[in-house]
Design a binder for this molecule. Structure first.
Ligand SMILES: Cc1ncc(COP(=O)(O)O)c(C=O)c1O
Length: 394
């Protein structure tokens, strides 16, 4: 059986590789501390789980989800209301909100919806894998925008050649940024919208980490910029803010024509979201928000503990203002190793799983990403093991 060419152009998914390494280590009796995938370990808050249980018993919710049902209408309204309260952005729930089975699905379907074989997508590199792999899956052309420490992990749009800009159909951004943890302020989005205003390019912001912020940082929305609805859409997910990664619940908001086209693709691909899950989503967005604050506090403590621990062992990293990741240079002493080799070393020798930077694109080489998705005790244990293996003072 031959895979389709578009699939052959893709390497094995990063986390499939890491899962295999983890499995191998576990087979060898290693107690693995897995800080590889950004899958929140904190439980979904109880009032959301309770709502799911209640709604799962309602027979009407067992049928296929249809766009104009009660759950569907209320979920869209809840999203619009949340956006308004959170960012002061007004959205028409009917036309400017599209619920998704997780934002990953929605990004892959954006590409399927818009890309022909000669269409270019401008993708910062490194990035969350579907931002670039989704382009290949959809048969489009990927154009990397290098993100480096020197440019504060921001793409330099002004340096793009006219030819590339002409071929470009989509620009995808994602701030607060996974994996680099970089953040931006609203000025940045204003510049981007200004750049895009005379071009025929869909501009996307993937806002997965808007709530996971520290030290007073406030995440802006690209949709707050005047004129942005002309060409912008923004993705969000309940996976991180409400620890609902396994539930598969996200949404995209913004330009109504773009959303209508994605919705057309989805109508051929899926049957929407289990209605009981949508009701639970409404509870999450409209219910008490202190659970989000509480979880952010927990992540902050973990961040401080881990970053301090790394600095103490001579592995110098800064505290991120957002996300629950640490984007760390491979220590100088180990710079002869690739990020994959270094991640493999940590897995095999320390029993600690981290994500190699190259899993997020070639500009991730030289880095690893650590996800703070285990409790403080395990994080301390991870630090202890890493310190022993790296032996930085030697
Ligand atoms: C930037 C970014 N976008 C999207 C996702 C996926 O979110 P979802 O669970 O809604 O598919 C992630 C998950 O790690 C992410 O980091």
């Amino acid at each position: 059986m031959q895979e389709a060419n578009r699939l052959k152009r893709l390497p094995l998914y990063l986390f499939t590789i890491m899962d295999n390494l983890k499995h191998e280590a576990q087979e060898n009796g290693v107690d693995v501390i897995d800080l590889g995938m950004g899958s929140p370990d904190l439980p979904t808050p109880k009032h959301i789980v309770d709502e799911l249980c209640k709604q799962a018993k309602v027979e009407a919710n067992h049928r296929y989800s249809r766009p104009h049902g009660d759950a569907e209408r209320k979920f869209k309204e809840a999203i619009a209301q949340w956006y308004n309260e959170r960012f002061g952005v007004t959205l028409d729930p009917e036309h400017e909100v599209l619920p998704l089975i997780g934002s990953k699905e929605g990004i892959a379907n954006l590409y399927l919806t818009f890309l022909n074989h000669d269409d270019v997508v401008l993708v910062p590199n490194p990035a969350y894998p579907v931002h670039f792999n989704g382009v290949v899956m959809a048969g489009g052309i990927l154009y990397n925008l290098p993100l480096t420490e020197e440019n504060n992990f921001r793409p330099d749009l002004k340096s793009l050649s006219k030819d590339i800009v002409k071929m470009a159909k989509i620009l995808i951004l994602g701030y607060p940024h996974n994996p680099t943890t970089a953040t931006v302020d609203s000025d940045f989005f204003e510049e981007v919208v200004d750049w895009g205003k005379d071009k025929d390019i869909i501009i996307v912001n993937d806002l997965a980490y808007s709530d996971i912020v520290y030290d007073g940082y406030k995440t802006p929305s690209i949709l707050s910029v005047k004129g942005s609805k002309k060409m912008c859409i923004e993705y969000h997910t309940l996976s991180k803010s409400y620890s609902m990664a396994g539930w598969r619940l996200g949404f995209v908001v913004g330009n109504r024509d773009i959303l209508k086209s994605i919705s057309k693709t989805k109508s051929y691909m899926d049957f929407g979201i289990f209605r009981a899950v949508q009701y639970a989503g409404i509870k999450a967005l409209t219910g008490p928000q202190d659970c989000v604050k509480k979880y952010v506090e927990i992540y902050k403590k973990r961040r401080d503990l881990f970053v301090d621990g790394m600095n103490e062992m001579g592995w110098h990293v800064k505290k991120p203002k957002s996300t629950f990741y640490i984007w760390a240079h491979i220590p100088l002493k180990y710079s002869a190793l690739t990020s994959m080799e270094f991640a493999t070393l940590l897995m095999k020798e320390a029993g600690v799983g981290v994500a190699p930077g190259t899993g997020f694109g070639e500009y991730g080489e030289g880095y690893i990403r650590i996800a703070l998705v285990d409790d403080e005790k395990r994080l301390k244990e991870a630090l202890k093991r890493i310190k022993k293996v790296l032996d930085m003072e030697d």
